[in-house]
Design a protein around this ligand. Structure first.
Ligand SMILES: Cc1ncc(COP(=O)(O)O)c(C=O)c1O
Length: 393
């Protein structure tokens, strides 16, 4: 039997009557953009995350853009952000005319290496943009201390990590802004594009709200140049159906990650990454001798496992494993094969190979396995079996 990397049908299918009802409600209301459905969802999201304010926007990308614009970040400003993340994080920095300054990744937690961030600070640095990659919080004490010391604004890119926690606080609620994506494959997935901005600062919230609608306030008066970053009423209504089930989705992801770790860590040549080796804490992250390194949830961080991403050590070995999984009908994905400093669109920044050793290495080693909440256990066992075959070769 084939094992898909992701299958959205069981999750949405289970809620079909409620989603259908929400669709009809919006259809019959004739109100399709912003409005009461969006306000209701925003209120529930603020309650769920503990943020002072939640603002529904058109995507996780636009959430980052609105946050940067609301903080007045633009030409001449530098923003520290990971070299190892999805493109949107740095793409938005460039789109507001600021300069993305890349920071190397930690090979254990995959997030910003704050020692490297400190090395890349300049008088032009205005903000830091940590990403809670794969659903695991960045080291937010280190980020917020650093930001406070150097008078930087903090935007948390929580696109992949809604619901994850750091010392009991939800990610996205510790910086000036937090940004969330409801792209269908995310832990709370819409049925199209959608996103949200979180903040505890009422003045920033008000500004972001104006920016969401062309920087317009009052009608046809524009104190700012904003954009069209509105959330559709339909997506808000559908998300309102799914939000009450979010904890079940997280429980499914946690169960599957625990099963992977239990099964795979018993195999020869496989080890679980050790938080004490975290590159963020040490001058030089220690390396592993095993062929496969499994991801780990750190103490004090509630991982929500948007991805279960293993490292396959040894030149070309990740691709060998991926080909083997494909031959067994098993889906997998490489998040991300090219670090951002090596993307053609950022060549103007003048970085060269070797400047971000861990980001470059991770790009060649990481492989994400199927983990979606409804993944049948027998399919997860199939993945483990195929990995055992690879190791036995
Ligand atoms: C880290 C990160 N930031 C931002 C985004 C952008 O979100 P969206 O696809 O909703 O625009 C994503 C989406 O995959 C992401 O993974």
């Amino acid at each position: 039997m084939n094992v898909n990397l992701l299958d959205l049908k069981p999750q949405n299918g289970a809620l079909e009557p409620e989603l259908h009802e929400a669709f009809l409600r919006v259809l019959r209301s004739g109100h399709f953009i912003l409005g009461p459905e969006v306000e209701r969802f925003e209120k529930s999201l603020a309650e769920f995350t503990g943020a002072g304010h939640a603002l529904g926007v058109s995507s996780g990308t636009d959430a980052i853009l609105v946050a940067l614009m609301a903080l007045g970040i633009g030409p001449g400003d530098e923003v520290l952000c990971p070299a190892f993340t999805f493109f949107a994080t740095a793409g938005c920095v460039a789109r507001v005319g600021a300069t993305p300054v890349f920071v190397d990744a930690c090979p254990v937690c995959f997030n910003l290496d704050m020692r490297d961030a400190a090395r890349r600070l300049t008088p032009k640095t205005k903000a830091i943009l940590p990403v809670h990659l794969f659903g695991h919080s960045a080291d937010m004490d280190a980020v917020t201390d650093f930001a406070w010391k150097h008078d930087l604004r903090v935007i948390e890119d929580a696109a992949q990590a809604m619901g994850a926690t750091y010392r009991e606080k939800q990610v996205g609620t510790m910086g000036d802004f937090g940004t969330i994506s409801f792209f269908p494959t995310k832990n709370l997935g819409a049925l199209g594009d959608a996103g949200a901005v979180l903040t505890n600062d009422t003045a920033l919230y008000e500004r972001a709200k104006i920016l969401r609608m062309h920087g317009m306030e009052p009608k046809y008066h524009h104190p700012y140049v904003g954009g069209c970053f509105r959330l559709d009423a339909l997506q808000a209504a559908l998300l309102s159906v799914k939000l009450p089930h979010f904890n079940d989705y997280t429980a499914g992801l946690r169960r599957n990650s625990a099963l992977y770790t239990e099964r795979l860590s018993m195999m020869t040549d496989v080890e679980v990454a050790r938080p004490e080796n975290c590159g963020c804490l040490q001058a030089h992250a220690r390396d592993h001798s095993s062929r496969i390194v499994l991801p780990v949830a750190y103490p004090f961080r509630g991982h929500i496992w948007n991805q279960y991403t293993i490292r396959v050590m040894g030149e070309g070995q990740r691709d060998v494993l991926r080909t083997h999984l494909t031959s067994r009908g098993i889906g997998s994905e490489i998040y991300y094969p090219v670090p951002l400093h090596e993307q053609a669109c950022f060549s103007y920044l003048g970085y060269s190979r070797g400047e971000f050793p861990w980001a470059e290495r991770l790009a060649g080693e990481v492989l994400s396995l199927p983990i979606y909440p409804e993944l049948p256990e027998e399919q997860l066992e199939q993945v483990c079996l195929a990995i055992a075959e690879f190791l036995g070769k």
